[in-house]
Ligand binder design. Structure first.
Ligand SMILES: O=c1ccn([C@@H]2O[C@H](COP(=O)(O)OP(=O)(O)O[C@H]3O[C@H](CO)[C@@H](O)[C@H](O)[C@H]3O)[C@@H](O)[C@H]2O)c(=O)[nH]1
Length: 454
């Protein structure tokens, strides 16, 4: 018997910008370190938001075995042809333009990585060089399998605004669910996604934060090569496992609410909506008569000044809901909130992390997408039985959705026995995926096995 001790695999984990991309990578880093890998976390500098900086600090303090290595990206540049204002999109572009420098940066790590887990935004700069160096590189996809299928298809199909998109192996993607920017091939973000996906073939594998039960059609079409021939192996290993103790305090108010009675309302880390729409949500929550925990964000990046709550909502609203509602403006610990027994439903924009976190807890969702992948994600939520989606509301901001409509849908989410049962089934299946012989666990073990032996 070979008595040589196996050296732990040296893994570099490379997230890109924004909490929605950072969080799944921190979870993955934690999962890898719990499975005997020695992990170096690449930290993009500068970070855009306080939330990211805090999350990284807390993560590193709770994971002393993980080494951090700062990677300074090139400055953001205003987009020449599409007038992009969103600081996160500009940051993705800067990450992608800096990606070739990451290869040199990785080479300076000591010991050098024997495997890399990197965000799709790095693909154009690192996939080919790492392939040539014989270092297995797994591109980690932070969105749904279905939206990923759409992104990879941009390499060969033209999107016409409003038209359904037909992808082999999948039910057509409804035209209205695709953000209009994807019909503009010159748009910086469209080019970024398309170019990145061209390099996927040089990756060792594609890691998805999804699981077989949740997205059977897309996962199987990706794995069988129907979506795109030449893709490397696809590993659905979701939901990524939360590592606990992220920043954000306990909310004692929740402890005093009855089981499954509270509607949690939050639209992710960077959502902004009009004041009128915020007032209508307030009206909806008031009319619903339900308890609620509402996280209001009025800035795209949390470093900007906040609007006074009293300027957003009326005195009457505060008076009428003071016994049953709590509004928070700061960063909350969503992971902890969703795990709290008082939470009975979640009005969400369907950012994929929020979807997977709700799946892990069996929390019924009411989907109201804002942008990007979120309408496609909402469709997956509905199909899997985790939530309901009122398509007529459109994207957030497309039309003013009135309080009475919101109240009706929230009540449906909170009272439907059928929905609660199907959401509980999703919870069971998400749990099973990570049990011994579960689909995600087996996939994860395959990656670890491949990597250690490379
Ligand atoms: O106050 C807050 C707000 C958010 N979160 C966490 O932050 C993450 C937010 O991620 P997500 O729900 O995916 O929303 P976004 O930040 O909007 O995510 C971006 O990234 C996702 C993954 O690519 C995409 O699906 C989204 O469309 C895109 O907007 C989740 O883990 C939340 O639990 C908190 O803990 N506290």
């Amino acid at each position: 018997m070979d008595s040589t001790p196996t050296r732990p695999a040296q893994v570099a984990v490379c997230p890109s910008a924004g909490i929605g991309h950072l969080t799944p990578f921190l979870r993955l880093a934690s999962m890898l370190t719990s499975n005997s890998c020695s992990v170096t976390l690449i930290i993009i500098r500068p970070t855009l938001s306080f939330a990211e900086a805090n999350q990284i600090n807390t993560f590193l303090s709770t994971h002393p075995h993980i080494t951090a290595s700062e990677f300074h990206i090139l400055p953001c540049e205003p987009s020449s042809n599409s007038n992009i204002q969103d600081p996160f999109l500009l940051q993705y572009d800067a990450v992608s333009r800096s990606a070739h420098l990451l290869v040199h940066h990785l080479a300076t790590l000591s010991p050098p990585p024997s495997a890399v887990f990197s965000d799709l935004m790095f693909a154009s700069g690192i996939n080919k060089p790492l392939y040539d160096l014989g270092i297995p590189n797994y591109n980690v996809i932070t969105s749904s399998a279905r939206f990923f299928s759409f992104m990879t298809s941009l390499t060969h199909l033209r999107v016409t605004r409003g038209d359904d998109v037909v992808i082999p192996g999948l039910a057509p993607i409804v035209g209205d669910d695709i953000p209009p920017i994807f019909s503009n091939t010159d748009h910086m973000f469209t080019r970024l996604i398309e170019t990145s996906c061209r390099y996927l073939q040089d990756a060792k594998g594609i890691v998805l934060n999804s699981f077989d039960f949740f997205e059977p059609e897309s996962i199987s079409a990706l794995q069988n090569g129907k979506v795109l021939a030449g893709l490397p192996s696809v590993f659905p290993v979701g939901p990524f496992i939360p590592y606990g103790s992220i920043n954000g305090d306990n909310i004692p108010w929740l402890d005093n609410q009855p089981s499954k009675s509270v509607v949690y309302v939050s639209f992710g880390s960077k959502t902004v909506m009009s004041k009128d729409q915020i007032r209508e949500i307030g009206d909806g929550l008031e009319r619903s008569g339900l308890r609620f925990l509402w996280v209001i964000k009025t800035t795209v990046v949390d470093k900007e000044d906040k609007e006074e709550l009293r300027d957003l909502l009326s005195e009457a609203f505060f008076e009428n809901t003071k016994e049953r509602g709590l509004i928070l403006r700061e960063w909350v610990n969503q992971e902890k909130i969703l795990a709290h027994p008082a939470i009975g439903g979640f009005l969400t924009h369907c950012g994929w992390n929020s979807v997977m976190e709700a799946a892990q807890r069996g929390i019924p969702l009411l989907a109201w997408p804002l942008h990007g992948d979120q309408r496609v994600n909402a469709g997956e939520v509905e199909k899997a039985g985790l939530g309901i989606w009122e398509r007529s509301w459109g994207w957030i901001g497309e039309r003013l959705v009135k309080g009475d409509e919101i109240a009706m849908k929230i009540q449906e989410m909170m009272t439907s026995e059928k929905l609660r049962a199907s959401a509980t089934r999703v919870w069971d299946e998400a749990t099973k995926a990570w049990e011994k012989n579960g689909s995600s666990r087996k996939m994860f073990e395959t990656i670890i096995g491949d990597k250690v032996s490379t």
